[in-house]
Design a protein around this ligand. Structure first.
Ligand code: AMP
Ligand code: GLY
Length: 425
C-alpha cells in the first residue's frame, strides 16, 4: 500500500512513523514533509494548501490513502476533491471542517447541539462589536472567524485591548478576510485539556485525554505558541470521565453533522476548559493536535491504518481502539525567539542517541536533512517523546532524552507535565 501524508510538523512525522508500522504499507509520501518524514518515506515539495497539486500527486502515484495532518487542506476541500477522484482520505470534508475553519460556524453548531461553551455573539460590523464590548466589559475574548495561524484569539484583560483587537481584525485586516467577522465571548477561567476521538460519521472511538502547553515560557507565561509540549493522560480528565465527556462534546456534534447530511469522518478534537461550573468547549479542531498527537500515537496500540480505514468505511464499531496504560510525555525543543523571529540552519546532533533510549522517540518538526546533516528549518524543531509507567517516569525520561540532543540557540520549557504531577499530588 502507498500512503500520502499531508503536512510538515512533528504530528506528521508521528503519523508517518505509526503508519509505517503496518506491514502492508510499502511506501509513504509526505508533502511537504520534514527531516523526520524523509527518514520514514519520501518528501514531495508540494505545500499543504495546494489542493490541485496534492490531488494530482495522489492520482499519479496511485496512492491508496491520503492522510491530512493540518486543518488548512481540509478547510480548502482536500477530502471533497479526493472523493471526486475516488481516492480515500482520512479527514473531514470542507463542510465539517468548518468546525475549525469558522469560529462562528463552530459556536453556532455548539449552541444548536447543546454543547457547553462560553456565551457568545457573532459580529460583521465594527461598530456593533465595539458597542457589545462596552456593554459587557472586560475580561472578554475576541476571535477572528477564519483561520489565522493560531493567532486569531485575543483574551483581552481590558475593554481597550478588546476594542484594539476588533480594530486590528475588522478594520486593519491583519488576518485578511479571516477577520471580516468576529466572535466575541465570555472569558472563562480554568485548566485546559484536549480530548480527541476517531469518528466514522456515526460512531466514535475515544483516545485518552491529553494536555498541551501553549504558552512559550514556564509557568504558562509569555505569548501563545503552537504548543511547547504535551502529555497523556491528563489527570484533569481521568479515564472514568471519558464516556460522559464524549456524551457532552463528541456525540452531539456527530449527530448534528450527520443530520445535515455532512457526516464527520476523521479526528475530532475538543479543546476543553475546566471551569468551576464543569467542562466547557473552547474550540473544535478537525485533526490531531500538534504536539498532542506525538504522545497519543506513542500510546496507541491498535494499528493506525486499520483505524483510519474503519473511519472512512463507517466501520469504527467493528474494531477495538486501544492505548497502552503507560503515560507519554513530549517536550518540544524550539529555536530561541519562537514564536517571534528565530535563527535557522543550526545543525542538530544527538538524535540517534535519544532515539536509541528504550521508550523514546524524537519526532522532528522544523528540520531538514541536507548534506548528510539534520539542520533546523523552523521554530518548533523537535518533540522528544517518552513512555513511562507513570507521569513522573515519562517526564523524567523525556528530559533525559532532551539532554542528549543539541543545537545552537535551543530553547525548551522545563516544566512540561508539572501541572499534571501537581494534580496527582
Ligand atoms: P481557541 O483557538 O478558540 O482554542 O483559542 C485558543 C486559546 O485561547 C485557548 O486554548 C484558550 O487558552 C484561549 N481561549 C479561547 N477561548 C477562551 C475563553 N472563552 N475564555 C478564556 N480563554 C479562552
Ligand atoms: N496543540 C494545539 C493544536 O494543535 O491546535
Amino acid at each position: 500500500m502507498k500512503i500520502l501524508v499531508v503536512g510538515s510538523g512533528g504530528r506528521e512525522h508521528a503519523l508517518c512513523w505509526k503508519l509505517a508500522q503496518n506491514p502492508m504499507v510499502e511506501q509513504i509520501l509526505c508533502a511537504p514533509g520534514n527531516g523526520g518524514t524523509a527518514q520514514v518515506g519520501s518528501n514531495v515539495a508540494i505545500k499543504d494548501d495546494d489542493i490541485p497539486a496534492l490531488v494530482a500527486l495522489a492520482r499519479n502515484e496511485q496512492v491508496d490513502l491520503v492522510v491530512a495532518g493540518p486543518e488548512l487542506p481540509l478547510v480548502l476541500g482536500l477530502a471533497n476533491a479526493l472523493e471526486r477522484e475516488g481516492i480515500p482520505c482520512f479527514g473531514p470534508n470542507a463542510y465539517a471542517a468548518n468546525l475549525e475553519g469558522s469560529k462562528a460556524f463552530s459556536k453556532n453548531v455548539m449552541a444548536d447541539s447543546g454543547v457547553p461553551t462560553a456565551p457568545f455573539r457573532v459580529f460583521d460590523e465594527f461598530e456593533s462589536a465595539v458597542a457589545f464590548i462596552k456593554e459587557k466589559g472586560a475580561p472578554i475574548v475576541v476571535k477572528a472567524d477564519g483561520l489565522a495561524a493560531g493567532k486569531g484569539v485575543i483574551v483581552a484583560a481590558t475593554e481597550q485591548e478588546a476594542i484594539d483587537a476588533v480594530q486590528d481584525m475588522m478594520v486593519k485586516k491583519s488576518f485578511g478576510s479571516a477577520g471580516d467577522r468576529v466572535v466575541i465571548e465570555e472569558a472563562l477561567q480554568g485548566e485546559e485539556a484536549s480530548f480527541l476521538a476517531f469518528c466514522d460519521g456515526t460512531n466514535y472511538a475515544l483516545l485518552p485525554s491529553s494536555q498541551d502547553h501553549k504558552a512559550v515560557f514556564e509557568g504558562d507565561t509569555g505569548p501563545n505558541t503552537g504548543g511547547m509540549g504535551a502529555y497523556s493522560p491528563a489527570p484533569i480528565l481521568p479515564e472514568e470521565k471519558y464516556a460522559e465527556t464524549a456524551e457532552l462534546c463528541i456525540k452531539p456534534i456527530l449527530r448534528h453533522l450527520a443530520a445535515k447530511g455532512e457526516p464527520f469522518k476523521g479526528v475530532l478534537y475538543a479543546g476543553l476548559m475546566y471551569t468551576d461550573n464543569g467542562p466547557s468547549v473552547l474550540e473544535y479542531n478537525v485533526r490531531f493536535g500538534d504536539p498532542e498527537c506525538q504522545p497519543l500515537l506513542m500510546r496507541l496500540e491498535t494499528d493506525l491504518l486499520e483505524i483510519m480505514f474503519a473511519c472512512i468505511d463507517g466501520k469504527l464499531d467493528q474494531i477495538d481502539v486501544k492505548s497502552t496504560p503507560q503515560t507519554a510525555c513530549g517536550v518540544v525543543m524550539a529555536a530561541k525567539g519562537y514564536p517571534g523571529s528565530y535563527p535557522k540552519g543550526m545543525e542538530i546532533t544527538g538524535l540517534d542517541d535519544a532515539d536509541a533510549m528504550d521508550g523514546v522517540k524524537v519526532f522532528q518538526a522544523g528540520t531538514k536533512f541536507e548534506d548528510n546533516k539534520t539542520v533546523t528549518s523552523g521554530g518548533r524543531v523537535l518533540c522528544v517523546t517518552a513512555l513511562g509507567d507513570d507521569l513522573a517516569a515519562a517526564q523524567k525520561k523525556a528530559y533525559q532524552a532532551v539532554e542528549k540532543v543539541h543545537f545552537d540557540n535551543c530553547y525548551f520549557r522545563r516544566d512540561i507535565a508539572d501541572k499534571g504531577l501537581k494534580r496527582l499530588g
